[in-house]
Design a protein around this ligand. Structure first.
Ligand SMILES: Cc1cc2nc3c(=O)[nH]c(=O)nc-3n(C[C@H](O)[C@H](O)[C@H](O)COP(=O)(O)OP(=O)(O)OC[C@H]3O[C@@H](n4cnc5c(N)ncnc54)[C@H](O)[C@@H]3O)c2cc1C
Length: 299
């Protein structure tokens, strides 16, 4: 964040407007603030619509605010979440400004139910900003999960990898700058010169999504199976959403983040276990992998 960019954010935060619309005090406190993520990234809320009451209002198709006692509203929200009655959650929206490495953006963009506008590297010159992992995050390939990482690299290897990451990024950016330069040459078009930049360079976008689809994103990306570099963004968003719609987030945390889905076989096993039967993988009807995951839930 340059001092000029920070000054623009501060100026926007200093302004307030009167409105008839419902506002969420927890979210008002976050509005426009850029929260750092990774070494050069951030998330900040640009705008939002709705609050917990708006979810109840939509569920009841009310003429007014549609809220009842807080406990009543919370009960309704939990009921909606529990029964996958998702459309009332779509009545809330959030618009974010996110700065993230390109390889994280590739995972993020797979969530198609959002509206996106990305910084144009055809039009603008990209900054010399590359994601370089902290030493403790520089981990070896996992030996138990092909799609994951294990212990942190150590010693000479860790240093060598860090040096290569820094040197390669710098060299690629030096060539990028040299190619687009119009100093004594025509200068290659920015839309072409960017192709030699590595996937750890930062990009930025505005990302707008409704609460239902945001919860879907958070369930997948705040999960331990998600890559750490996208998970840290999802975790920061969880904190923001918790302050925005506390009742909805509480229900989401309970039923989705902390909850588990069981197959019909799984339910049958739980019932047999509760009746005192010693169920094993062999008598469960499940594969070894499925049994391991099942025991991770009930064991
Ligand atoms: C841990 C992890 C590992 C992954 N690994 C890989 C990988 O190796 N390779 C890979 O390619 N992807 C991978 N993905 C991406 C994953 O397959 C999904 O593309 C991504 O999580 C977005 O999910 P989504 O499609 O449900 O979300 P969204 O695009 O936001 O869609 C939300 C829901 O809307 C519906 N929907 C949206 N668009 C359509 C459509 N066109 N047709 C039908 N229904 C639609 C679906 O019900 C969908 O679940 C991985 C994701 C995770 C979390």
């Amino acid at each position: 964040m340059t001092p000029e960019q920070q000054a623009q954010i501060d100026a926007q935060r200093a302004e307030t407007h009167q409105t008839r619309r419902a506002t969420a005090p927890g979210m008002e406190a976050h509005l426009y603030t850029a929260y750092p993520v990774l070494d050069h990234g951030f998330v900040r809320v640009i705008d939002y619509m709705g609050d917990d009451a708006a979810i109840c209002q939509a569920a009841r198709v009310s003429y007014g605010r549609g809220t009842k006692a807080v406990s009543n509203d919370e009960g309704l929200i939990r009921y909606l979440m529990r029964h996958w009655h998702s459309t009332p959650f779509e009545m809330c929206e959030i618009k974010l400004h996110v700065k993230l490495p390109v390889f994280v953006a590739r995972q993020w963009i797979r969530h198609r139910t959002a509206n996106v506008n990305e910084y144009s590297a055809r039009y603008s010159i990209l900054d010399r900003e590359f994601y370089i992992p902290a030493p403790e995050d520089l981990a070896a390939q996992s030996v138990v999960n092909n799609q994951g990482r294990g212990e942190a690299l150590s010693g000479d290897e860790a240093q060598r990898v860090l040096d290569w990451l820094r040197d390669d990024s710098d060299r690629a950016y030096d060539h990028y700058e040299a190619m687009i330069s119009q100093d004594g040459q025509q200068g290659l078009a920015r839309e072409l010169a960017r192709m030699n930049l590595p996937a750890n360079i930062y990009t930025q976008w505005y990302w707008k999504v409704d609460l239902h689809n945001l919860f879907h994103f958070l369930r997948l990306r705040a999960d331990a199976h998600a890559q750490m570099e996208i998970r840290v963004y999802a975790k920061k968003l969880c904190e923001i959403v918790k302050d925005w719609v506390p009742a909805a987030y509480g229900a989401f945390e309970d039923y989705r983040l902390g909850g588990a889905t069981l197959s019909a076989r799984g339910v049958d096993c739980v019932r047999r276990m509760a009746a005192g039967e010693e169920v094993t993988q062999e008598t469960s009807g499940m594969s070894k992998g499925e049994w391991r995951e099942f025991m991770g839930v009930v064991g």
